[in-house]
Design a protein around this ligand. Structure first.
Ligand code: MG
Length: 303
């Protein structure tokens, strides 16, 4: 059984007999899934192999995975903006970039002040065009997921890129390792994972929530959910406001008030997920070496 129900509300989100299907394996660390509904394909990262992969369906089967980009600058998290453009967090270049539909890239963030970013990890775009991303040190800790280097600004921040000026703004400077992030459907909340426990035995393995005000300010940042086993990495929010996060044993789903609704158990440690498929109700799950799929009964709020 792949579905573990912790709250009766979960039965409206996932059928109890829904299966977790392995679509493909062969990555060293699969991450950064993003679905293109307009072309029915999924892009995801294989960070240590420095490539992006593309999955396409094949009419009911497991689909096919091919290399989309070699020399991917050790890309990690992806999203699409409201114009459908692809955004990527690159460990190798320590920057956030956006690709136009012509494939031409535009660099969005490289530095905080005079200092290089650590290794941008995951990114989301708000309706107003602002771009929010996390900057933990994972990509510079060793040569496995980028190039080993010293952190320059001495922290691991959550940043926002202003849609008009392009300037960076610090949203939070008190994370150990900020990681996945997601907005609530009305963008009144921002969830951010702290996966500091991945390298520190006593480090955080929780998700924090910020209240975003209409005037552009924010407050809060308290712990929303403690994720165990493992740490929360990538996550998505569905149209009902439930938060779906990665964990060591699969996907955990939390109600907007923070209650654990249930789990989708996956045989490998999960790094990230996204919604996709023809109806938007397929969960695509990047989990260590493999890509998995699980049909659910709800769609995603965004990217
Ligand atoms: Mg991540």
């Amino acid at each position: 059984m792949s579905i573990e129900c912790a709250d009766p509300r979960f039965t409206a989100l996932v059928s109890s007999d829904s299966a977790v299907e392995r679509l493909w394996t062969g990555a060293r660390w699969a991450e950064g899934p993003v679905y293109f509904g307009d072309s029915q394909m999924l892009l995801f990262s294989d960070i240590p192999n420095n490539r992006k992969l593309r999955w396409v369906p094949d009419g009911g089967g497991a689909g096919q995975v091919t290399e989309f980009t070699r020399q991917a600058n050790f890309s990690n998290g992806h999203t699409r903006d409201h114009q459908g453009r692809l955004l990527a967090c690159e460990h190798g270049t320590r920057r956030v970039v956006r690709f136009g539909r012509d494939g031409v890239s535009q660099v969005l963030a490289t530095h905080w002040g005079v200092h290089r970013l650590n290794s941008p990890n995951d990114v989301v775009v708000a309706r107003d065009g602002s771009i929010w991303f996390t900057d933990p040190t994972y990509g510079i800790l060793s040569d496995v997921e980028g190039f080993k280097a010293e952190p320059e600004y001495g922290g691991a921040y959550v940043f926002r890129i202003d849609p008009r000026s392009g300037a960076l703004q610090v949203i939070a400077d008190d994370f150990v390792q900020p990681n996945g992030l997601a907005f609530s459907p009305d963008e009144s909340r921002l969830y951010v994972a702290d996966s500091g426990g991945s390298h520190l035995p006593q480090g955080p393995h929780h998700i924090r929530v910020f209240d975003l005000q209409a005037d552009g300010t924010w407050r809060g940042g308290e712990v929303f959910a403690v994720v165990s086993p493992g740490v929360p990495d990538g996550m998505r929010v569905d149209t009902l406001g439930n938060l779906w996060t990665s964990a060591a044993d699969g996907i955990h789903c939390y109600a907007p008030e923070g209650a654990l609704l249930g789990k989708i158990l996956v045989p490998e440690v999960v790094a990230n997920l996204c919604f996709g498929g023809p109806e938007g109700r397929t969960l695509f799950i990047t989990a260590t070496t493999s890509l998995y799929r699980c049909e659910v009964l709800v769609g995603c709020a965004a990217g």
